[in-house]
Design a protein. Sequence first.
Length: 149
Amino acid sequence: MTGPKRGLGGLLGEFRDFIMRGNVLDLAVAVILGGAFGKIIESLVTDVLTPLVLAPALKAAQVDRLAELSAAGVQYGLFLAAILNFLVIAFCIFLLVRSFESFQKRLERKQALADAEAEAAAPPDPTLVAQENLTRAIERLTAVMEERP
């Protein structure tokens, strides 16, 4: 009987096979790196950019922290920080994608150049050479026959 495995051993084996698939591992790595990248960007926004960009607004509102920026109970300071955080993350992702695409285009150009060089350096196809020789011979024979009265 070649049906599915039963019991705990079969379940663990299927789970192991599922986890070891390439796309699951790639997704896990992407999630971990994305989380770490998000923390870096959040720190950049919270600790560096927000104080620099929103410092004039904080001074004008006479508050020390963004959480204190509010009007009628609406904490617009935190909202502004969230918008700034989003814009910085989107810009960083844009830069990463743009540099990856330019790198990929550069690799494609190099590959196309290497393919062209390999094609030029490759010996000609003997069948093609024979066909070209036969075509030239027929053209010469036709020219000779047209010259005769």
